[in-house]
Design a protein around this ligand. Structure first.
Ligand code: CP
Length: 316
């Protein structure tokens, strides 16, 4: 920016001083030019940079549309152990809020190199995902229909505790069986292995499909027939308006107490997928009993998610 300031330097006359209006116009014009150089540079960079997806490494998206403590964390840690970088999303922060369809959402993930989508959904919409072949989809809990990695945890725990043997129903599920995806996946897995599963609950909380089930009427029947029980919380968030539960009655009939535990065999294993509602499915005194095995289940959480990643990546 050149200006002849010699005249102004030699003179005290105001009329010889610098024309500041002209100076500021020159500065503004230079800045505008600089902005356009910068923009041209950014466009050039955007056009010339080629991001090779294979150079990004393995990427997974953990998309949880319902709360989770264990499943989300153990998938994240399992991914870390396998060298898979994870990102998180949910319907609350995604463009689904603005009307985006699932196909466009998945196309976006694939275009950015996401290989595995780990999904927890409110809805029973597992079938909506079957058409997408360019991305591996893992259920971290679909509605009330599937939670396969939790079933893997539970059945692995039963094997580790030596509770799977020739008994008709190695395990009996107690509680809100009707709305439980843990139960649905557990029964599927055990039925595949050739076992029936037991159920002991309020009639209102029985599942519609009773194939492969033995329905028990008392704690005595349960302990006679099973090596293990799995307590399930009442899924208040999934109860329909016409499915009101009388909690006093429910607690009276189905809550596991120290007294009931005292009547069970000494090697009974009590499982719970968690979260546990102390005071509803189990009493405060019973939760500390040595038969309670939720920590054994927790020890299988990361391994089951490693197995799931390996399965979806064709490594098992
Ligand atoms: N068992 C289970 O799915 O726990 P979270 O809901 O905390 O993931």
């Amino acid at each position: 920016m050149e200006f002849d300031i010699s005249k102004a330097a030699k003179s005290d006359d105001i009329n010889d001083s610098l024309d500041y209006k002209k100076v500021s116009k020159r500065i503004i014009s230079l800045c505008e030019k600089a902005d356009s150089y910068l923009v041209e540079n950014l466009i050039e960079k955007t056009r010339s940079l080629e991001v090779k997806l294979e150079n990004l490494g393995s990427l997974a998206l953990l998309k949880f549309d319902e709360p989770s403590t264990r499943t989300r964390l153990s998938f994240a840690i399992a991914a870390e152990k396998l060298g898979i970088k994870t990102f998180e999303s949910s319907d609350v922060v995604s463009a689904k809020q603005k009307g985006e369809i699932l196909k466009h959402e998945i196309e976006t993930y694939v275009s950015m190199g996401i290989e595995v989508l780990v999904l927890r959904t409110k809805e029973n919409n597992i079938d909506d995902y079957r058409e997408f072949k360019d991305i591996g989809v893992v259920s971290a809990g679909f509605g009330n229909k599937s939670h396969p990695t939790q079933a893997l945890i539970d059945i692995s725990t039963l094997f580790s505790l030596n509770k799977i043997n020739e008994k008709l129903t190695p395990i009996t599920y107690i509680g809100d069986v009707k709305h439980s995806r843990v139960f649905e996946s557990g029964r599927q897995l055990l039925n595949l292995l050739g076992f029936k599963v037991g159920v002991f609950t309020d009639k209102k909380l029985l599942p519609d499909n009773k194939n492969g089930l033995e329905i028990y009427e008392s704690w005595d029947e349960v302990f006679e027939s099973s090596n293990a029980i799995e307590l399930l919380r009442v899924q208040k968030e999934r109860l329909q308006d016409n499915e009101e539960i009388n909690f006093d009655e429910y607690i009276n009939n189905y809550q596991l107490t120290q007294e009931i535990l005292g009547k069970s065999q000494s090697d009974l294993a009590v499982l719970h997928p968690m979260p546990i509602n102390i005071g509803i499915e189990i009493s405060k005194d019973a939760i500390e009993d040595r038969k309670i095995k939720y920590k054994d289940q927790l020890s299988h959480a990361i391994p089951s998610r490693i197995a799931a990643f390996k399965y979806v990546r064709d490594e098992i």
